[in-house]
Design a protein around this ligand. Structure first.
Ligand code: ADP
Ligand code: MG
Length: 218
């Protein structure tokens, strides 16, 4: 379960403080599929980054399975993220000097998982990329890169999967492939799935929709 208690984010824009997320209190139960929707600039990525512990709130707490992640030091936070959270970015963020297989193996190796290689191969198979394991990101299409990024996010079987417009940079058919993978992973593993999307069809599949505008939930 993820709890947000009065979480806000204020940044300094020039000399003026600018609140990009107004205080938000909400709970996301374990296993829920939540879609975050709203126009560009409404604070969707800010909210997701706070949920993931990638960014620190200006006020309030983010509590994941009873642990206030805003109170954790860097190492403890990194450990919790590695165990609990998979994150898929709009622009993939694969490591360019590593092959698809190596990108997927990284989080397994960091965690010291036994049989990392076997697991990485199985994950690539799950996303339909067995034949591309030894390709570098630059040798893969956008859709293939996003499938590698999804396999990497799933490497440690995270109970929470966060995705920021994962189909936003893909054509329709690749977008659909990612969408089908996400929904089938959610169904089969009961992972909590929080998805930022512009895709009304995808948002309609969610249990709950959070609509944002100007840094507030509307
Ligand atoms: P969305 O993902 O909904 O498009 P974001 O969460 O990325 O929106 O951003 C919300 C608003 O906050 C935008 O106006 C953006 O320009 C602004 N913003 C985000 N991060 C920063 C920052 N570090 N400094 C200043 N402004 C920021
Ligand atoms: Mg965004």
């Amino acid at each position: 379960m993820i709890e947000l208690r009065n979480v806000s984010k204020t940044v300094t824009s020039g000399t003026e403080p600018l609140t990009i997320l107004h205080p938000l209190t909400t709970t996301i139960p374990k296993g829920q599929f939540v879609a975050i929707v709203g126009p560009s600039g409404s604070g969707k990525s800010t909210l997701l980054g706070l949920l993931a512990g990638l960014d620190a709130p200006s006020s309030g707490s983010v509590i994941i399975d009873g642990v206030d992640i805003t109170a954790l030091g860097e190492d403890a936070l990194a450990k919790l993220r590695g165990e609990k959270i998979g994150f898929v970015f709009q622009f993939f963020h694969l490591i360019p000097s590593l092959t698809a297989f190596e990108n997927v193996a990284v989080p397994l190796e960091i965690r010291g998982a036994p049989n990392a290689a076997t697991r990485a191969r199985a994950l690539l198979e799950e996303v339909g990329l067995t034949g591309r394991a030894h390709h570098y990101p630059s040798q893969l299409s956008g859709g293939e890169q996003q499938r590698v990024a999804l396999a990497r996010a799933l490497a440690n079987d995270p109970p929470i999967l966060l995705a920021d417009e994962p189909t936003g940079n893909l054509d329709t058919s690749n977008g659909r492939h990612i969408m089908d993978l996400l929904t089938s992973i959610h169904r089969s593993t009961h992972t909590t799935l929080v998805l930022v999307t512009h895709d009304a069809e995808l948002a309609a599949l969610a249990d709950v929709r959070i609509s944002m505008r100007d840094g507030r939930v509307v």
